[in-house]
Design a protein around this ligand. Structure first.
Ligand code: NDP
Length: 342
């Protein structure tokens, strides 16, 4: 048993709207874990673009006050009543105990402590630090499941990645290098394109803001007129039409985000022009079972421990600076991962 504080810091909103609505409370009551749950003392909290969709109102929120955040690393400090700790490996070995270092994907993480269902707890190996742990699960597992299951990328495939210097983009470029793909990175500034090249992209280009047809010609030129085997696009509305034009015959368009707004009103018949596969995946549906979650997490930690993926941290913000952090990610000025420290 660990001695627990009575209060913990927390960020919440009582209605949706601009970042300035995010309210920091230094001492809110410590939550108690019910049966089947653990209490985690968060070490670092991962900021993800999806946090902005809930805060802005793009994605619905069931009830207020709402504590944002879907990811953190930390230490298990308590379990709920009659709760058996979960197994630590996908084949049922070991247990997660009070004192275990964990990372997890669950709601209400913009806080000092979070109540987490036990089956969401992912043990963190000794070779992975708390910062990297908080920066890995959401964006890293997204990238890994995209290249394994959304479109199984093969060695030598040309692949196009938008927002390539962002959080997910950094993982995608490095994982694609690790599996031997040829990546065309798309990012909005020369600095971002430099980072994408360092992360293994063979070519890095802009979106063709002035002339979208030029973007299409550029990608077709790079791929010998054929187009790419797969597009992983997270920008959505602003890029959908251009990236559809650069998918090769029998290729995949994996549309997994909407940083510029949601894609709407797409006529399915357009896919027939090249027999393109279109998918709109969510990470959760690739890791819904504990076996899937731990299997992919183990593979992800392997890439980190072998040094094949370096997690680039943009900045660690104190939790009370949550508004500045949110404004920063929405301003397109950031590269890599933003973390909060409670
Ligand atoms: P990022 O660090 O990638 O930040 C967002 C980036 O999107 C920006 O840096 C910017 O890069 C690009 N962007 C393009 N247009 C806009 C715009 N109009 N406003 C703001 N940004 C824009 O965030 P994450 O790594 O956290 O997430 C990346 C994307 O992946 C998000 O769209 C997110 O929703 C999605 N995602 C989806 C998941 C799923 O399960 N489907 C899971 C995880 C993430 P640039 O300036 O180079 O264009």
């Amino acid at each position: 048993k660990m001695a627990l504080p009575k209060t913990t810091p927390q960020v919440s909103i009582s209605t949706t709207g601009p970042p300035s609505l995010l309210t920091y409370t230094p001492s809110s009551p410590l939550p108690t874990p019910p049966k089947g749950h653990a209490l985690v003392r968060n070490a670092f909290i991962g900021i993800n673009y999806i946090d902005t969709y809930f805060r802005s109102g793009l994605y619905p929120i069931a009830s207020f006050p709402f504590v944002p955040g879907r990811e953190a690393s930390g230490v298990v400090v308590a379990f709920g009543p009659d709760t058996s700790p979960p197994s630590a490996t996908k084949d049922g070995k070991g247990v997660v105990e009070v004192g275990s270092r964990v990372a997890y994907l669950h709601t209400a993480t913009y806080a000092g402590h979070t109540v987490v269902p036990v089956e969401a707890l992912v043990p963190v190996p000794d070779g992975v630090g708390d910062e990297v742990a908080a920066a890995s699960l959401l964006q890293g597992l997204t990238a890994l499941t995209l290249i394994r299951e959304a479109h199984r990328v093969e060695r030598g495939d040309w692949v196009l990645v938008t927002a390539a210097a962002g959080g997910v983009g950094g993982w995608l470029c490095q994982l694609l290098r690790a599996v031997g793909a040829r990546t065309i990175a798309v990012a909005s500034s020369e600095e971002k394109r430099g980072l994408a090249r360092e992360n293994g992209a063979e070519v890095a280009i802009g979106y063709g803001e002035e002339d979208r047809e030029k973007f299409v010609e550029e990608v077709l030129g790079i791929t010998g007129g054929e187009g790419v085997a797969a597009v992983f696009d997270s920008v959505g509305k602003a890029t959908f039409d251009s990236v559809l034009k650069v998918v090769r015959r029998k290729g995949s368009l994996i549309s997994f985000g909407n940083a510029s707004g949601a894609v709407e009103g797409f006529a399915l018949g357009r896919l027939g022009a090249k027999n393109v596969r279109l998918m709109r995946p969510t990470l959760f549906n690739f890791i819904a079972t504990r076996e899937e979650l731990l299997g992919y997490a183990e593979e992800l930690w392997g890439f980190v421990e072998r040094g094949e993926v370096k997690v680039h941290i943009h900045e660690i913000y104190p939790l009370e600076d949550v508004v500045r952090a949110t404004v920063d990610i929405e301003s397109r000025k950031t590269t890599g991962k933003l973390l909060l420290k409670p």
